[in-house]
Design a protein around this ligand. Structure first.
Ligand SMILES: C[S@@+](CC[C@H](N)C(=O)[O-])C[C@H]1O[C@@H](n2cnc3c(N)ncnc32)[C@H](O)[C@@H]1O
Length: 305
């Protein structure tokens, strides 16, 4: 989705750009390449990602790296002297990075081939870990999270299995959790489809990092930060994220929030953005072939009015 995202951002020489999810710096370096004398603020809550970006973005001038949560976007920009209404383009590539998943000791991977402590924190400064969720949450909380954030139909069976297992001794590692989930779901569902622990790991990761909570405030702050004509591009990886982006974009593009049976508008809200594309852009067959994780990616873009 790199080229599609760059097209949506429409990077111009001399502009001010923000990458809210710098990760390994792939999108940031592409922006830096095209912005000429411009300025790029690359944000990530993961100190490892910021370190990777330091190396990758060092050839470019005008880049500022910030280790912080994108939900603090307004404060970050204001601390850098960037006023609301002055930014040319902002992007978010939401979720977990390949680097985080592939770094075994971070505890994101459900692969039973590898083992690691149950961590899953994107920022090591955060207190809550996957261990705390798995060993500390009640059965009903676990069931709700696994069902809601993992969209897992066997959530209650998995929650019950976790609570039963931890009554003997705490569940400490990714392999223990992965095997436990596998044994809790019907054998037929293990044989067909994706890894049986995939949805549970996604759910716990989302809970640990409060991933869904920050999206809406960050999108609203981003729209405020953009200049008229500035672009906002957001890549999501699952329907929970996409639903939030779709609904915030729709509300900001509609403006008026009065009930449809009101004869005249009384809220006075005006549209703040227009959608660049009605339907989300998805990865092409070629990209899916060399990067299978892009299969579920969706790109939505908007322009500030
Ligand atoms: C899919 S990766 C981004 C990959 C990046 N576009 C690239 O080209 O390498 C998502 C990144 O967003 C970061 N992230 C997730 N939630 C965040 C948040 N609330 N604030 C800041 N960074 C966040 C993660 O740490 C991760 O590095």
């Amino acid at each position: 989705m790199l080229h599609e995202c760059m097209d949506a951002l429409d990077v111009k020489n001399g502009g001010i750009y923000v990458d809210g999810t710098a990760g390994g710096g792939g999108h940031s370096s592409e922006i830096a390449k095209h912005m000429g004398t411009g300025r790029l603020i690359s944000i990530d809550r993961d100190a490892d990602a910021i370190a990777a970006c330091e190396a990758r973005l060092s050839p470019f001038g005008g880049v500022t790296l910030v280790c912080d949560n994108y939900r603090n976007l307004s404060a970050i920009l204001s601390s850098l002297g960037i006023e609301n209404g002055s930014v040319d383009g902002i992007m978010f590539d939401l979720g977990v990075s390949s680097h985080q998943i592939d770094t075994v000791e971070r505890g994101f991977s459900y692969s039973a081939k590898e083992d690691a402590p149950l961590d899953m924190r994107m920022s090591r400064e955060d207190k809550l870990t996957a261990y705390d969720v798995v060993n500390g949450y009640s059965e009903s909380e676990l069931s709700r999270i696994i069902s809601e954030y993992g969209e897992e139909r066997f959530a209650s069976r998995i929650a019950r299995a976790i609570v039963n297992a931890r009554a003997d001794s705490p569940i400490k590692t990714t392999r223990e959790l992965s095997e436990l989930v596998k044994s809790a779901v019907p054998a037929a569902s293990v044989e067909h489809g994706s890894h049986p622990a995939k949805r549970t790991f996604q759910a716990i990761r989302i809970e640990v990092n409060g991933e869904l909570d920050g999206i809406e405030p960050a999108l609203r702050a981003a729209v405020d930060a953009l200049r008229p004509g500035g672009r906002l591009a957001v890549i999501t990886f699952h329907s929970l994220e996409d639903r939030i982006v779709k609904s915030v974009f729709a509300e900001l593009a509609r403006g008026c929030t009065c009930p449809s049976d009101f004869p005249v508008c009384v809220c006075g809200n005006k549209p703040k953005i227009k959608l660049v594309n009605r339907k989300p852009i998805t990865a092409g067959a070629d990209e899916i072939k060399y990067n299978p994780r892009s299969k579920s990616a969706k790109l939505r873009a908007a322009e500030k009015l």
